[in-house]
Write a protein that binds this ligand. Sequence first.
Ligand SMILES: Cc1ncc(COP(=O)(O)O)c(C=O)c1O
Length: 385
Amino acid sequence: MGQGPVYFDNGATSWPKPEGVYGAAEQYLRTGGANPGRSAHARSLASERLLYESRERIAMFLGARKTEEIVYTLNATDSLNMAIKGVLEAGDHVVYSPFEHNSVLRPLYSLRESGMITTTMLSGKGGDVVNADEFDRAIRPDTKLLLCTHASNITGRIMPVQAIAAVAASRGVLFLLDAAQTAGAIPLNLQEIGADMAAFTGHKSLLGPPGVGMLYLREGVSIKPWREGGTGSRSDEEKQPSFMPDYLEAGTMNTPGIAGLNEGLKYINDTGVETIRNHELKLCQKLLSGLEQIPGIKIFRGSSLENYVAVVSFVMEGMDSGELGFILEEGYGILCRTGLHCAPQAHRSIGTFPGGTVRFSLGCFNTEQEVDHALQALSEIAARL
Ligand SMILES: Cc1ncc(COP(=O)(O)O)c(C=O)c1O
């Protein structure tokens, strides 16, 4: 095991980052620094090129049809708010899974409370997964939008999003995918999935710094911008430019963050998503078989490895999850996340509300020795109970 803590909180944000990520953000701040697309001088043009190159890399990586279908945002929360508040109008109905993050639940709540929309949350009776038929059955004449996370941030369960997108297409409604937990962690192709809109965050498995996200908007899907202002284009007009991505990208972008994300993507492309996935699955397998041997540990996950991302939630009988997280950090240098993980309905579905779980979320830089260390720590803690 290396120096420093064992970082098992990659589902919240990945750490460490590939070396190039630190270097690119620093280099931009020290030697670039200019506002992209605003001025005609060399540094501004170089910043603009960086934004374009990174957008192209992202579009290719995610399987978008066109570069302009990718809009830079702050994070997945920003992207989800933009999509939800940008498409919904008075009288619309939305169907969503119980495994959604608060970045979906809260915007829907506020629109519902204001009387603008109605919603249906699926029952979650199918265990840790929702199926496309449930979405189909919940669609009404006033339904505008189906919404589902690609993988639960609590159980790690990958949802059948391609089938849900097919239901949306056949019923003439939109499908918004929350890919915060999957982009960079599993192979993902937007055209194959068939989503109309998708939310991404740069700082988790895409290995970029915090502060950059992306919204994918399939060409032809129209939304209202929730932010308008300077774009460096059509500056003589008071009206927001109607072409993408300027239509949705007012204000100065997080260029150092995008420079870092660009390097995160290069690292993933060079390593290969499949290689990263296989490494994480191997660690998960080791972790799961070790956890099963420890008395009092209950794991909230099915038996198949392939249907899950590298997120493992568990509780230890007789110990509060928050307390267990504290002991893991204080006694063993293991950093993880405990509690409700911003997804209370998901915890209700798996029966762990309100206490929550301990969540180990593994990343591409974790090692087998770190998993061994965590298993040893948990065995010792369990033996003291
Ligand atoms: C499934 C899911 N959606 C959305 C988000 C929000 O991501 P961000 O905090 O980057 O906006 C998260 C973050 O944990 C998540 O796990």
